[in-house]
Design a protein around this ligand. Structure first.
Ligand code: HEM
Length: 128
């Protein structure tokens, strides 16, 4: 089968590199999200997210080679992720997706996935 993967259609590794670079530039200055990342250097977290997204969309399988099965909800269990954290995460992703200038159909597909995935990571009740 020679139909291109989503990864190939949107420009391959370069597109995912730009996406996560822009995303983490937003996280670096975010008062809600920055404290969640334990390391001074956000670079390693950026690489993990990029590898995961590339694999998810049909690119190289480097994420699972290095990290094993994603089990992302479990891996996020160490942090309290509520609506506030989800919304901040999606805000920076929205900025990052906008800067890619994708074809509208690809952009909608990517965004729908990110919204769904962010919601699925919520593990804390809203604050009252
Ligand atoms: C890891 C926060 C949503 C994918 C992390 C880490 C934090 C975090 C603090 C640890 C940094 C690291 O060492 O890698 C959040 C918050 C979210 C969110 C607050 C809000 C909803 C998502 C979503 C995805 C995702 C929607 C996927 C589409 C990942 C991946 C890792 C990670 C792949 C690295 C896992 C590993 O291999 O250790 N996240 N995340 N995250 N996150 Fe998220």
């Amino acid at each position: 089968d020679s139909s291109p993967t989503f990864y190939e259609r949107v420009g391959g590794g370069e597109t995912f590199r730009r996406l996560v670079a822009r995303f983490y530039a937003g996280v670096a200055d975010d008062p809600v999200l920055r404290p969640l990342y334990p390391e001074e250097d956000l670079g390693p977290a950026e690489v993990r997210l990029r590898m995961f997204l590339e694999q998810y969309w049909g690119g190289p399988r480097t994420y699972s080679d290095q990290r094993g099965h994603p089990r992302l909800r479990m891996r996020h269990g160490g942090w309290s992720i509520g609506e506030r954290e989800r919304d901040a995460w999606l805000r920076h992703m929205r900025d990052a997706v906008d800067e890619l200038d994708l074809e509208p159909e690809a952009e909608r597909e990517l965004w729908a996935y990110l919204v769904m995935a962010a919601q699925s990571m919520v593990n804390a009740a809203p604050e009252r």
